[in-house]
Design a protein around this ligand. Structure first.
Ligand SMILES: [Zn+2]
Length: 218
């Protein structure tokens, strides 16, 4: 398993539509594993392929697991799983390929966040109950019903596959405000990283990785 890079707003891949998976082959087991590892590590309750730079209609979700910080000096029970210093229990990972909502009912408003929209949350209204048809990792057509948080999570991830973020569902004024703030914060983070890099490489003889040598395409 490998942890993947999570793309954040305003990366253009987050605004692109993912393509349907034509054939589910064995490589999807690895991809789903990597996406789940990335999601748990973040930690998050859902992740769509766009967020890790792939334009394929695949999402992973788990709204059931629990994480508990391990107190210093305490070793985890045998056989338990530790991610980023926290004990993780009650995993219930689901992988949905080419998901489609075939039924929806009611409305629910929950506060949402997103691994691709760091440090920002807002209330979003969605369907309260859904029925989804999808392919599983064996390439078989399945359906599942979901309500509450799981239904919201699946709808949020499916929006990603259509190039839509939860902030795109806010009112025009709120959306504009959120996007301006997020762009500003990202620029500040990048500037801070650049300064750290300069401080690290100054006088050490190591060339800064910020030197721009672009790789040529074939
Ligand atoms: Zn998201």
């Amino acid at each position: 398993m490998a942890k993947l890079k999570i793309y954040t707003f305003p990366d253009p891949i987050l605004a692109q539509k993912a393509l349907p998976v034509a054939r589910v082959d064995a490589s999807f087991f690895r991809l789903a594993d990597d996406m789940l590892e990335t999601m748990y590590d973040a930690p998050g309750i859902g992740l769509a392929a766009n967020q890790v730079g792939l334009l394929q209609r695949i999402v992973v979700v788990d709204t059931d697991f629990e994480m508990e910080e391990l107190p210093e000096g305490i070793s985890p029970p045998a056989g338990s799983e530790v991610v980023g210093g926290a004990l993780i229990t009650g995993k219930n990972p689901r992988v949905l390929i080419n998901p489609e909502i075939i039924l929806q009912e009611g409305t629910i408003t929950l506060e949402e966040g997103c691994l691709s929209v760091p440090e920002y949350t807002a209330e979003v209204r969605r369907a309260e109950k859904i029925k989804v048809q999808y392919l599983n990792l064996d390439g078989l057509t399945k359906t599942m019903s979901a309500d509450g948080l799981l239904a919201v999570c699946i709808q949020h991830e499916m929006d990603h596959l259509d190039g839509k973020l939860f902030i795109d569902r806010l009112s025009p004024v709120k959306k504009d405000f959120a996007k301006k703030r997020l762009r500003k914060e990202r620029a500040e983070r990048e500037e801070l990283d650049r300064l750290k890099m300069v401080a690290l490489t100054k006088g050490s003889g190591i060339p800064s990785s910020s030197s721009k040598t672009k790789k040529k395409g074939i």
